[in-house]
Design a protein around this ligand. Sequence first.
Ligand SMILES: Cc1ncc(COP(=O)(O)O)c(C=O)c1O
Length: 419
Amino acid sequence: MNTDAFTNHESNVRRYGRSFPTVFTKALGATIWDETGKPHIDFVVGSGALNYGHNNPTIMAPAIEYLVGDNIILSLDMYTAAKRDFIEVFVDSILKPRGLSYKIQFPGPTGTNANEAALALARKYTGRSSVMAFTNAFHGMSLGSLAVSGSASTKELGGVARHDVIRVPYDSYPNQTFDSAGYIDCVLGDPGSGIEKPAAIILETIQAEGGMNVASAAWLSEIQRICRKHGVVLIVDDIQAGAGRTGNFFSFEFAKIEPDIVCLSKSLSGSGSPLSIVLIRPDIDVWNPGEHSGTFRGNNLAFVTAEAMCKMWSDAQFTADVERTAVNVQKHLDRLVAKFPTCIEQKRGRGLMAGLKFRSQAVVTRVHDVAFENGLLIESSGPDRDVIKVLPPITITDEELDHGIAILDHALQEQANGH
Ligand SMILES: Cc1ncc(COP(=O)(O)O)c(C=O)c1O
């Protein structure tokens, strides 16, 4: 396998190529093949950007048709037919059935672009400069998103001071007994707390990069109540947990909250094509025309595939299958936790956004490597990188899921046997 082009010419910064040192060529559903023809089950799925699997035929068929028809590919934020169709289907298939009403902003195409836009808008709307963000948060690698991210290494990477960021404890941080929502409510209401009222609170309902930490429904609805009480904008960064990952379209549906701003990206296009949106409560949409602009905000191929993905959520069979798969994943992980207590400390995550917290980072590395040798892609997260993320496509077949879990089981067995 020739990897010279990467090792000789690509920057040291490359990461996934080092974790999976092979050259990939083809992919379908939950399976990705390398140049030698070896198949791998993919539980990384573009770090949550391929929730609907690789080359999902329902999503790709309209894209292929679109590509061969001299249709618009890039349009800045001009009006195009593909964009109109996406907006109409997103409103009718996703927002309306959930009783949600938002204006839609199209920022740059990556997740961090959506968060930067959301933070800027909340600051403009409230006239305040600071933002509350949580321990172990991850919001992206541009400067504003890095500032609200929790990890020490991401701060060092950006070289930014965390001005205007108030760090507060996430649900169950540092332990189950600490009432973090109560603390936030208290400091916001106490003129002696030394903490100024922020423009926004930004949160993930499941902190994926932070170690698959889950916020409870009660905590989320309490944070919403606190935001409303103190006039603070609630931003949910649903970039990794949204677009179907937890089993519902939005990750916050289970908590019955209605955030003021929602950021979506990653799997929004359904195809891996970059697309982000910021959903804005209509009265917060105080942008002036053109005030927040940029080039790649009109990826029409992504609009076409996103439209096809959104339509899938109107299909009762599809949603029932996703629910069933989520239950299966949880069952598999419960079994692994019970079977390998010396390796695994606990199950993490919710629905199809699942993970396993290990007792040691070294074991995670070995499990990762053995799994890869045997044809399974997994990645780790958390401040100590001791959590394995289990993110199969939400459309994975039972056979592919069973096969991937069997490879994981085998890798764990080798560790339990002391290999
Ligand atoms: C919750 C969350 N927010 C934001 C981002 C940043 O997205 P992007 O890498 O597309 O900028 C990520 C990426 O992993 C994420 O998980």
